[in-house]
Design a protein around this ligand. Structure first.
Ligand code: 7TS
Length: 404
């Protein structure tokens, strides 16, 4: 059992008011809030040992380098990667996907096929479309049903010897669906295809084991799991990271540079050109420590309670429809109320202190599938409460009354 009041005390922002009302923060799928221990880590870095890494003999630089490399080891251990050099610290999920998608330009031929799912965030669609434009590869889409579940028979039918890459999210940001990634990975491998899993939405709720999954690439952002913005990870199997060319050229990613020829550094530095988000990386490590101390099983169990409660309470509102009713889903509720634009609901509930996201959630193909302009999305974290859900429900009722 989690002590929610104790946990809430770790998040100073939860004490603030918005429009004169206590903040109810239900936009966790966009970004999570930051506990004091992570904020302190950031302050500590800039107060005591701010320096560039991997290049100075001086004490501050060594301290910063040690702290950054320790953070990489924390990320390795969290995701159970075999080697710490299989963890590339990036600016986030989008950056990580682009490293892989750009790198595969050198490894694909015209007519090769790439499979994505129908419920991807734009950052797991557009880089692959750009890859197809560069190489002549063809993008295929695994369709979904009305509940927002992937049609696995259709996936089977898409796989062939032409399939080179398969990309899906672990959990959908717009619908909350938990996708059957074990099956997706196993089947792709049976056809010799490489798999990238976008874990941006999964990592706040589950602890992925990349070796047990046998996944080739796994990507996520720190800011969705209590860390800062501008940092994330690309996990890649050593074999695949060695095959991919570097993404950016510059300092840190080289072995020897002459005007005639440059050779590249080994992993992970080959993909880490320039000065990275040093403080962000260190704070990412602190965020993982914080969440692991609470425990991912406990987090998931509590968030499931919030999901069940929120679903039941919201469905009591007449005319409210939930998008994303998969059997396996996480604590995201996307909904609309008949004849009311989601933006209008979002604006009114904000006046009442409740933060939700409205719009297409960077997943326009999902909105097209349901033939809607967008949804209101309430996404719960382990520091939210049922009392806050009651406030949301009352705010939505009020919005409905004002708008209908
Ligand atoms: N993939 C998924 C599944 C996501 O949910 C997001 C961000 C990204 C990739 C991109 O992550 P970034 O850290 O590189 O921006 N999703 C959302 C969201 O649902 N609302 O705001 C950002």
């Amino acid at each position: 059992m989690l002590d929610i009041q104790k946990i809430r005390a770790d998040f100073p922002i939860l004490e603030r008011t918005v429009n004169g009302k206590p903040l109810v923060y239900f936009d966790n799928a966009a970004t999570s809030q930051t506990p004091t221990v992570v904020i302190d880590t950031i302050v500590d870095y800039y107060t005591k040992y701010n320096a560039n890494i991997h290049r100075g003999v001086h004490t501050l630089s060594q301290e910063a380098t040690d702290a950054y490399e320790l953070a990489r080891k924390k990320v390795q251990s969290h995701f159970n990667a075999k080697h710490s050099h299989e963890i590339i610290l990036t600016s986030g999920t989008t950056h990580s996907i682009n490293i892989v998608a750009t790198g595969f330009s050198a490894l694909l031929e015209a007519g090769d096929e790439i499979i994505v799912s129908a419920m991807e965030h734009h950052s797991n669609i557009v880089p692959w479309q750009m890859l197809c434009e560069r190489t002549g590869a063809i993008l295929k889409v695994i369709p979904m049903n009305q509940d927002g579940e992937l049609l696995m028979d259709a996936y089977d039918a898409l796989l062939s010897s032409k399939t080179k890459l398969v990309f899906t999210n672990h959990i959908s940001n717009a619908l909350g669906t938990i996708n059957p990634i074990e099956e997706i990975i196993t089947k792709a491998h049976q056809h010799g295809a490489v798999v990238l899993i976008d874990g941006a939405q999964a990592c706040p709720h589950v602890k992925p084991d990349v070796q047990a999954l046998d996944v080739d690439f796994y990507v996520a952002s720190a800011h969705k799991l209590c860390g800062p913005t501008g940092v994330g990870l690309l996990y890649g199997k050593e074999e695949w990271l060695n095959k991919l060319p570097p993404y950016q050229g510059g300092g840190e990613m080289i072995d020897q540079v002459t005007f005639e020829k440059t050779t590249y550094a080994g992993l992970p530095h080959k993909f880490e050109a320039g000065t990275p988000n040093i403080c962000g990386g260190i704070a990412f490590g602190a965020a993982l420590d914080y969440m692991n101390a609470i425990g991912f099983d406990e987090i998931a169990a509590y968030e499931n309670e919030l999901l069940a409660y929120g679903t039941q309470k919201l469905l009591e509102i007449e005319g409210l429809k939930i998008y994303g009713t998969a059997k396996q889903k996480t604590s995201v509720i996307s909904f609309n109320i008949e004849n009311i634009h989601p933006y209008d609901i979002g604006s009114i509930v904000d006046k009442l202190g409740v933060a939700v996201r409205t719009g297409h959630h960077c997943a326009q193909p999902i909105m097209d599938f349901y033939n809607i302009p967008g949804t209101v999305r309430a996404s719960f974290a382990f520091y939210n409460t049922k009392e806050e859900i009651d406030i949301l429900v009352e705010a939505v009722k009020k919005a409905k009354m004002m708008l209908s």
